[in-house]
Design a binder for this molecule. Structure first.
Ligand code: ATP
Ligand code: MG
Length: 555
């Protein structure tokens, strides 16, 4: 039975349950702990954990694919666990480390040798490469290919005990040196590495290759559907060969889907590491990075990342997704739930000359324009206010409805005010103060006869405002596809990806903002209190995303 709402992987799973091929489903998410997770991993997580959530009795294992000792660190294990939970997924008891299976891998390798399906090759790395041939030329058999199994077994156990130096010999599968699929030309299964492993220390001197270890890990954990990205499609015959020829307790099926690529973004761990190590960004959780921890610090809600992954969908076609789609999901999620606040990024002082000195009135302002249940808050108004510098012009163009000579504007949630005069700094020519008069009885009331008021602007009281640092983040790259930039991805960094405003003024209620809480600063965008640097003594807000897609326009 075909259900059109299912992607092709969920359809396969539904069919396998329906036909009785499987009674329940087991998937896994298998990160290598050699970097932080990024939005591409989120797609894989939402798929494998999502499938487990959707099917009764199903589970998804979190398995660290830590078979490569050289590059892995414990810090990454912790960050990956915290990112997966934050995204909203729970592996329960099912946390595994591939390095716990080293004995099992070793036994499987010995089994293959005994069956005449693997041998120790003493050719050099270069010889092995050369004799592998290429797409046009079949490979040449190694002179060691037909050595007796006992000899290979003996050498293999001595490799294991550390008797030989690195590169001296490898264990290879005996498959087909003439195969059209290069992965099947007697692939290497094990190599010697005298390297400490973060889990097993210096116990092992040999380490399995990914293509050998991965299917065994899946089979060992009784994975039913092993979901991975398209670059592994050519490896599937080898995956199946390993499962078919080793003594394994289950037969997992590998299914590939297209990886996520985003415009204006690099996703390769190597490149992300380079950005971190060369201090182009402030760390793995820099809000400009596509890492889960960076997006989180930027203020992206986990639910928005999940719904983005859903909208992108699962297919077999590689493509590039517009990062504006991710921003759209973030914006619509925040629009629904973020409380409205007032904050002024570039303050200009105005004085309401007809407002009594020393008087303070509390204006009642709704926390959300559409959700009455979000309630209201009191914002103090007094004689001296800050407004946005951009909201005043001495000589405005047509259709400028903000504050200007001859224009009346409403203070959001407060009075209508009218321009009466302004003061200019002689030296710089800059406007330093604008004088206005407020019109009594206009709070919550329309403008009196003869006064045209067409817009409302945000404001804060000079005496009550809190100082804040605002970090305006923008895209890290100016090239839509930094990976393809001719001069390299570092050549197309956006010089304006971070603008720091140190003297912003925000409404007093923001002094109580908890780290990581998100708000809409009216007319400006969505902002979140920084998870590391914000405190009630020193307010720091990150711009999560603007109110509208301004990037397309800028271009
Ligand atoms: P590298 O950058 O070293 O190739 P990786 O990004 O593939 O690493 P892994 O830790 O091997 O990192 O990835 C774990 C899982 O996440 C894999 O199953 C992989 O297919 C999936 N994954 C990685 N990048 C993406 C992506 N851009 N889109 C979808 N899935 C991805
Ligand atoms: Mg990988």
């Amino acid at each position: 039975m075909s259900d059109t709402s299912l992607d092709f992987i969920r359809q396969i799973i539904a069919d396998d349950l329906q036909s009785g091929k499987h009674e329940s489903i087991v998937t896994r998410f298998p990160p290598e702990p050699n970097g932080y997770l990024h939005i591409g991993h989120a797609k894989a997580i939402c798929l494998s954990f999502g499938v487990a959530q959707e099917n009764e009795g199903a589970r998804c294992n979190l398995r660290f694919d830590d078979t490569n000792p050289a590059k892995e660190e414990a810090e990454y294990v912790e960050s990956i666990k915290s990112d997966v939970s934050w995204l909203g997924f729970d592996w329960g008891e099912n946390l595994y480390f591939a390095s716990n299976y080293f004995d099992f891998f070793y036994d499987c390798a010995c089994h293959l040798i005994k069956e005449g399906l693997a041998y120790i090759d003493e050719q050099t790395g270069d010889q092995i490469k050369e004799n592998r041939g290429n797409v046009k030329i079949p490979g040449t058999a190694s002179p060691y290919r037909d050595r007796p199994a006992e000899e290979s077994l003996d050498l293999f156990s001595r490799m294991k005990s550390g008797e030989f130096e690195e590169g001296k010999m490898v264990l290879r599968a005996k498959i087909d040196m003439g195969s059209w699929n290069m992965n099947m030309r007697d692939p290497i299964l094990y190599r010697i590495l005298h390297v400490e492993h973060h889990h097993t220390g210096d116990l092992w001197k040999i380490y399995p290759m990914y293509d050998f270890a991965h299917p065994l890990e899946d089979a060992f954990e009784h994975i039913t559907h092993s979901l991975c990205t398209l670059e592994f499609e050519n490896h599937r015959p080898l995956y199946e060969w390993v499962v078919d020829h080793c003594p394994v307790p289950a037969t997992p099926r590998q299914i590939e889907f297209a990886r996520l690529n985003l415009t204006y973004t690099v996703m390769s761990k190597r490149k992300l590491l380079q950005l971190v190590e060369e201090k182009v960004v402030a760390g793995w959780d820099d809000p400009r990075l596509p890492t889960i921890s960076g997006l989180r610090r930027r203020g992206y809600p986990a639910a928005a990342i999940q719904s983005f992954c859903k909208v992108v969908g699962i297919t077999k076609q590689n493509s590039m997704t517009d990062v504006a789609l991710l921003e759209y999901e973030v914006r619509s999620n925040l629009n629904a739930k973020a409380s409205r606040k007032m904050g002024v990024l570039k303050p200009l002082k105005i004085v309401l000359t007809n407002y009594p000195e020393g008087q303070v009135e509390m204006m009642t302002v709704p926390n959300h324009p559409e959700h009455e249940e979000a309630g209201v808050r009191e914002v103090p108004l007094a004689r001296e206010l800050y407004i946005e510098r951009d909201d005043f012009m001495i000589d405005p163009p047509k259709k400028y409805f903000r504050l200007a000579p001859g224009n009346a504007v409403r203070l959001r949630g407060g009075y209508i005010i009218q321009y009466t005069g302004h003061t200019v700094d002689e030296a710089t020519g800059e406007v330093t103060e604008v004088q206005c008069e407020f019109i009594p009885d206009t709070v919550g009331q329309s403008a009196p006869e003869g006064v045209k008021c067409r817009t409302a602007i945000h404001w804060v009281s000079v005496a009550h405002a809190k100082d804040a640092e605002i970090r305006l983040y923008d895209r890290l790259f100016t090239d839509e596809n930094p990976d393809k930039n001719e001069a390299g991805f570092l050549a197309c960094l956006n010089p304006n990806s971070l603008e720091i405003i140190t003297n912003a003024k925000v409404e007093p209620s923001l002094a109580e903002a908890a780290p990581e809480s998100v708000f809409q600063f009216e007319r400006l965008g969505y902002f979140c209190a920084d998870s590391k640097d914000h405190s009630s003594a020193s307010l720091v807000f990150n711009r999560t995303v603007g109110l509208r897609d301004s990037w397309g326009k800028k271009k």
